[in-house]
Design a protein. Sequence first.
Length: 107
Amino acid sequence: MPLYEVETPGHIMILWADDQDSARQTVSQSYPSEEILRLIKRPRDSWVISKAALGITSEMDPCTTARDCLSRAEGDKVHAIRLYMQETGCDLDQSRKVIESNMVMGW
């Protein structure tokens, strides 16, 4: 079964589907109000994201650290960002991205 990459205004999805029509149907079921901007059949059966491209180059696990900061901040985003900056030495923008990403995943 091929792997498809589907982009909408709010999401980039990676999904298995028999064909493009099946991929479109899966997206419309999950996100009925979102327009498909791009639908590409991936050339291989895997999807790889470079950690370096995301700015993750240290031995530290940013998600575990972010969730710990969110827990200690009792869900207060601004306080969690400050804690993350203190612990990792990351700048404000990078810290905000990591904390917000983990808030979406549910800390």
